[in-house]
Write a protein of this length. Structure first.
Length: 384
């Protein structure tokens, strides 16, 4: 049965007080960034007489939702109160019971919701359940901020695919190294810090075998003075030519390393890699150009519950993702230097004939990272 959300009367529009407490709920929700997949980041605040009674956020899939944490902390003070929650309370039983029932049972008289849940099992049903039980519901409060926080969840729950962000550090002349086939660091310490903050919030990070050969990276999260979370490492290596002594394969990290190869890759090499601790082999088909089928790669990551993917290159990988229209957002760190004509370009295997054919970023944002410039923007917004 299709649930049609009820129209909000004009007198029920959000007040300045509603906006203030929803911002507090968003602050709570952000505490779960990078930790909740395949669930969304959600924050909740219980308010009585314009004073905060309790707060809560969703910490990890399979654990209580934000509303439950906030209601438990509030206890009897939840009766007659307002609860602010960044996402519509769920109405179905999954790994945890329905939150809308808990909200009603606690005696909450008013629910202010940031955004409707895009999950087909919930969409509109949670709000309708609350209204049918005599609870006032105000929805779509700071909706854009709530959606931005959960773009990975929105894409994953509606398409089964992870939210893909292309990230690179480059020179003013568009190079990611100074000499082809050689490592080269472009950007400064501030950009490096920002990159590790990004990794801390992403479920997985992807590179091609060429990047492993040239840079021998660890692809871990290193935050000064803070404990970060390593993302799942994903390597594209169609013929399994990866060296068994690569740093990424020998790491002592709780996060696994996934190596994607073609179904026809050497079986003996597959067995060698499988014997290594925390290394998984995933076979996929190749595309018409002989590279791995990236749609299959993304679909498999989605089935694993990975909602956000940071693609760190190299040039051929960036080109393939762009050519196939698989990039949702771009983070480019530009250093104030020229690397010269012998450097590795940001992108290879992707070309356009004229400006009208060029992929153009939307909602572009610029910010300083020390002497570097961070350029952010969105490419494909079908699901936004």
């Amino acid at each position: 049965m299709k649930v049609i959300p009820r129209k909000i009367p004009e007198q029920m529009k959000a007040s300045p007080t509603d906006l203030r407490f929803m911002r507090l709920a968003l602050r709570e929700a952000r505490k779960g960034l990078g930790r909740t997949s395949p669930n969304p980041c959600v924050g909740a605040v219980v308010v009585q007489d314009d004073s905060v009674v309790s707060r809560g956020y969703h910490k990890k899939a399979g654990t209580p939702h934000a509303e439950i944490h906030a209601l438990r902390k509030a206890g009897g003070q939840a009766s007659g109160a307002t609860i602010y929650v960044t996402l519509e309370p769920c109405s179905h039983t999954g790994r945890t019971p329905p939150c809308c029932q808990a909200v009603a049972a606690a005696g909450i008289k008013r629910v202010v919701v940031g955004m409707e849940d895009p999950n087909p099992l919930v969409r509109g049903r949670g709000n309708t359940y609350l209204q049918d039980h005599g609870i006032e519901v105000l929805s779509s409060v700071l909706e854009q901020e709530c959606r931005e926080l959960n773009l990975p969840f929105i894409k994953h729950i509606t398409s089964g695919m992870p939210f893909v962000v292309m990230k690179a550090g480059m020179s003013l002349d568009g190079k990611i190294s100074y000499q082809l086939g050689q490592p080269g660091w472009m950007t400064g310490k501030n950009s490096s810090k920002k990159v590790h903050e990004l990794r801390n919030h992403f479920d997985a990070i992807l590179v091609g075998r060429g990047t492993i050969v040239v840079d021998d990276p660890s692809l871990t999260t290193r935050l000064p003075g803070k404990r970060g979370r390593d993302p799942v490492r994903v390597i594209l290596d169609s013929r399994l030519q990866l060296s068994l002594t690569s740093k990424i394969l020998l790491l002592a990290s709780p996060a696994p390393t996934l190596v994607f190869c073609s179904h026809s890759a050497d079986e003996e090499k597959k067995d060698e890699l499988r014997s290594m601790e925390n290394v998984l082999i995933c076979g996929v088909n190749c595309d018409a150009d002989g590279g791995l089928n990236l749609v299959e790669v993304l679909a498999e990551l989605g089935r694993m519950g990975i909602c956000s993917l940071l693609v760190e290159g190299g040039a051929a990988v960036h080109g393939s993702f762009l050519r196939q229209g698989l990039v949702d957002r771009v983070f480019l760190f530009m250093a104030p230097l020229f690397a010269g004509s012998n450097g590795t370009p940001l992108v290879s295997g992707f070309s356009v004939g004229e400006r009208a054919e060029a992929l153009t970023l939307r909602d572009v944002r610029y910010s300083r990272c020390g002497d570097d410039m961070l350029i952010q923007g969105d490419l494909f917004k079908a699901f936004f």
